[in-house]
Design a binder for this molecule. Sequence first.
Ligand SMILES: Cc1ncc(COP(=O)(O)O)c(C=O)c1O
Length: 358
Amino acid sequence: MLDIKITRTTTPKAKPADETKLGFGKLFTDHMFLMDYTQGQGWHDPRIVPYQPFTMDPACVVLHYAQEIFEGMKAYRTADNKIQLFRPECNGQRMMDSAERLCIPPVPVEDYVQAVKALVEVDKDWVPHIDGASLYIRPFAFATDVALGVHASPTYTFCIICSPSGAYYAEGINPVRIYVEDEYIRAAPGLTGFTKCGGNYAASIKAGEMAEEQGFAQVLWLDGVEKKYVEEVGSMNIMFKIDGKIYTAPCNGTVLPGVTRRSCIELLRDWGYEVVEDHLAIADLMKAGHEGKVEEIFGTGTAAVVSPVKELDWKGDKIFIGEGKIGPVTQKLYDTMTGMQWGKIPDTKGWIVPVCQG
Ligand SMILES: Cc1ncc(COP(=O)(O)O)c(C=O)c1O
């Protein structure tokens, strides 16, 4: 149990006047959570302080060698004005797994969840009120040692910031076009694909920019060894409904184990669908698409919850799915997940963690 010291701002910012114009990740709340790590002492000085810039030495390890990890989650305001989280312990566990791979001392899951809850409660007035909008929460940890030389830092900072974010589908759910990346790769066995480290995203930007220039929403990554099997999308896992069964890549080192992925798989199995967590060759997927057997494709992730896909392009070959409309399974997952998150339907899975009255 952390003993969190709270220092409230004396100059609170004005809350956004129009919650329909929040966008994503541009506006930050009044406070942040901080905790320091020093070798020999462990994590210490947990505190909530006014949101403020860091002072950093130019030789700080993270700026050169990217020893950094992060998480992404949301707080939701229900119609009866309760503030709640969705499976925060899953994000806490994933951050511990990322920490281990990046040689960053892990923050125990209970402390992670306690810190998130404490910060959300202090900034509860920032949790948006309108349908579909939420408070995006960004925990991250980074190396702070001042020394050039590739080594594990003896000191770290763990920080949490929050950003009120608009409804992802403010203009309705629009199925997206996805570019199957055939040149660059995101992950390979033994590397950091299963972690949420900044370096993974830095290496993905080029392919993402190139796809965007051609009108695609995101890239679909293939495995890094043979470029033969589908893995995941830029910031989502991906699922394929083919001939009644749902296929998604296994999480065995190269794919980020998404909290939404895991939740959708549990729901799909509850509903009687067979979910196959196995390698799916892109060539087989395209063939099935041309034969009209690909019924639905959708990405899963915290930001969009589910994102239906209407087109896949692989080396000039294209398949079109569901006549450009969201499929029934995708829609049911969306309704169930968002229903639980915003408290519109009962939480039959025990996934909701209350924070406070709003
Ligand atoms: C690369 C990648 N894959 C998958 C996901 C989906 O994970 P989650 O459902 O936990 O948001 C994300 C988003 O965090 C991501 O960045």
